[in-house]
Design a protein around this ligand. Sequence first.
Ligand code: ZN
Length: 149
Amino acid sequence: MNSCRWMKRVEACFDGAPADPAVERHTAACPVCAAHLEALRRMRAGVAAVAVRESVTDAQFPAFMRGIREGIERPERHHTGFWAVLSLTAAALIVAVATFAVFSGGTAPVRATEVESMSTDLQGAKVDTYRSEEGVTTVWITMSKDDVE
Ligand SMILES: [Zn+2]
């Protein structure tokens, strides 16, 4: 990948640092930084699409639970399969959030990894978040096994 010593400053501007005319002039003249900025924009758009898909709305929930149930009911598996599937889901969420944190790194705060609110109308479901010092936010959806079946 091509590199340019201005790339860090370009990233800082992309992350919401105060507009810097010198960086804007450089980006207009430097194909490496122009391409880098375009890649950052595409990345942010892609992450936004993933973030929407990762949240399980009530409309999506039947399919989500069907996937879990199929995991449980596979003959060679016993009931620990349920928790294995939930762990995989949690791992996928962690990976998505962590990836975003890495790509939008720099000196500006990474606001997108902060969960501002969450709620569910599902009976018996509980949603929790935990924000680590590294800035990785983990979201848990907890349901008792009785509510799944
Ligand atoms: Zn450059």
